[in-house]
Design a protein around this ligand. Sequence first.
Ligand code: FMN
Length: 227
Amino acid sequence: MCSSRLLENIYRDIFGELKQSSFPVERTGVKININKKTNPKVDVIENDLPTILSRRRCTRTVSQEPIIVSQLGYLLETSLGVTKKENNNIYYSVPKAGNQRELVYIIVINNVSGILPGTLYEYVPEELTLYELNIQNGSFFYEEWESNAAFNIIFCMFRECRRNYLNNVFLTSFEVGCCCQNLQLVTSSLGFGSCISGIVNINEFYSYFKELVPLQSISIFKVKNDN
Ligand SMILES: Cc1cc2nc3c(=O)[nH]c(=O)nc-3n(C[C@H](O)[C@H](O)[C@H](O)COP(=O)(O)O)c2cc1C
């Protein structure tokens, strides 16, 4: 067995045994359109890329102030959105191996105005839509800053990958890194905070999403100003 396949198998074993299929989780029928063109304008506090880069940080001081839906939409569309559709190709603001989207974006809402805390959505960038999932109050996180964040994104891949590459796990992990970098730069440009986390409560996660492997998560929030 070649070493990348071996490593991939080990990686899958680490994430537990394959159980009955349950994803896509039932959608409730509620959906949120996040198109920048149709939502209220979001104020960007910094436009200069070197300055935005110099301010990129993992911060963990979370304010209780909520973010609004158009800010959530702006963050998702700008960082993880579709940039161009041409012939049968879809291009994204994050690079994709084979230009195929393997990642699944699960959004856990905690403090976004007008959305019930604990509501979960799947973000589908091709449709600029958040689909509410029929799951409430999963406690996926261990850290206070994660539970108190305005929202968290759990980056996942299917156990049975859609792309047929031997080293797909590594390619997909690289793509998550690109997603996090984009998100941290866009949060920095809005003056918001974010922190990347490598740990979610696996057992809780698998009790809802049996077919998905959670790779990493990121928390996004307004920053508490102690002054
Ligand atoms: C793949 C990855 C996993 C991480 N996991 C955690 C984590 O589980 N808990 C945490 O507090 N920070 C985590 N971090 C954030 C790092 O601790 C943080 O990036 C590092 O301290 C450097 O700080 P900076 O991002 O502000 O430069 C993670 C970062 C990366 C890239």
